[in-house]
Design a protein around this ligand. Structure first.
Ligand code: HEM
Ligand code: HEM
Length: 183
C-alpha cells in the first residue's frame, strides 16, 4: 500500500485565479499609465484591478481556510516572533502566509483600493491636481511594494526550502510532516 502523499491544498482556485489576474492587470495598468493614447487600456485594467480587489475582500471572509484574513492576520506579536526566529536558524514555518508576508498582502490590498479610488476620482476630474498627484504617488508606491513582495517571495522560498511561486500556481504545498527537521 502506498502512503498518501503528504500534501496540503493551501491556495484554493479562486485565490490563485485572483492572484495571477491581479498581477497581470496591475502590470498592464502600471505600464499603460503614462501615455494619453493608452488611457482607455489603463482605465479598463485599473477597473479590473478594482473588481479583483472587491472579490478578494469578500473572499477574505468566506473563502477557503488559508485565504481567510482571520487565518493570517498579522499581530505585532506574531510579526516580532517570526522576525526573531529568522535569526535563530530555525525560522517559524507557516503553511499559509507568514506574518511578514501577511503585512505585505494587507498593504498591497489597501494600496490597491486607494489607487483605484483615486484613479477614478482623477478620471472623473473630481479633486483636480491633488487627486492626480495622489493617484500617481499611490500607483508608484504600489509598484515599489510589488518589487518588495516579489523579493520577499524569493527570499522566503529559499529560507524555507519551498517553491512558493509553484504553490501559488498549483495550490499545493508539502505538508510539514514531510519536512526534514534538519533541512
Ligand atoms: C510575477 C510577479 C509575482 C509573483 C512571482 C508573485 C508571487 C506570489 C506568491 C508566491 C504569493 C504567495 C506568498 C505566500 O506563500 O505567502 C503571492 C501572494 C500575493 N501576491 Fe503576488 N506575485 C507577483 C505579483 C504580484 C502583484 C503584481 C501583486 C499586486 C498588485 C501581487 C499581490 C499579491 C497578493 C495580494 C498576495 C496574497 C494572495 C492572497 O492571499 O490572496 N502579486 N504572490
Ligand atoms: C491599480 C490600478 C492603477 C494603477 C497602478 C495606476 C497607476 C497610475 C500612474 C502611476 C499614473 C501616473 C502616470 C504618469 O503620469 O506618469 C496614473 C495616471 C492616471 N490614472 Fe491610473 N492607475 C490605476 C488605476 C486607475 C483607474 C481605475 C483609473 C480610472 C478609473 C485611472 C485613471 C488614471 C488617469 C485619468 C490618469 C492620468 C492622470 C493625469 O492626467 O496625469 N487609474 N495611473
Amino acid at each position: 500500500m502506498t502512503p498518501a502523499p503528504n500534501r496540503i491544498r493551501v491556495w484554493d482556485l479562486p485565490t490563485r485565479l485572483f492572484h495571477w489576474s491581479l498581477a497581470i492587470s496591475f502590470f498592464v495598468a502600471f505600464f499603460s499609465a503614462e501615455s494619453e493614447r493608452w488611457r482607455d487600456v489603463h482605465v479598463i485594467a485599473g477597473y479590473v484591478v478594482g473588481g479583483l480587489l472587491a472579490f478578494r475582500l469578500l473572499w477574505g471572509f468566506v473563502g477557503g481556510r488559508y485565504a481567510r484574513f482571520a487565518e493570517f492576520w498579522p499581530t505585532p506579536a506574531k510579526v516580532w516572533a517570526y522576525l526573531k526566529s529568522l535569526f535563530t536558524g530555525h525560522p517559524q514555518h507557516y503553511i499559509g502566509h507568514n506574518p511578514v508576508g501577511a503585512v505585505a498582502v494587507f498593504l498591497l490590498l489597501g494600496l490597491g483600493v486607494l489607487t483605484v479610488i483615486s484613479g477614478w476620482l482623477t478620471y472623473e476630474e473630481i479633486g483636480g491636481e491633488l487627486f492626480e498627484e495622489l493617484h500617481e504617488t499611490l500607483g508608484d508606491a504600489m509598484m515599489a511594494l510589488v518589487v518588495v513582495h516579489i523579493a520577499g517571495v524569493i527570499v522566503s522560498s529559499r529560507l524555507h526550502g519551498e517553491n512558493l511561486v509553484r504553490a501559488m500556481i498549483s495550490g499545493w504545498k508539502r505538508s510539514p510532516r514531510d519536512e526534514n527537521p534538519a533541512g
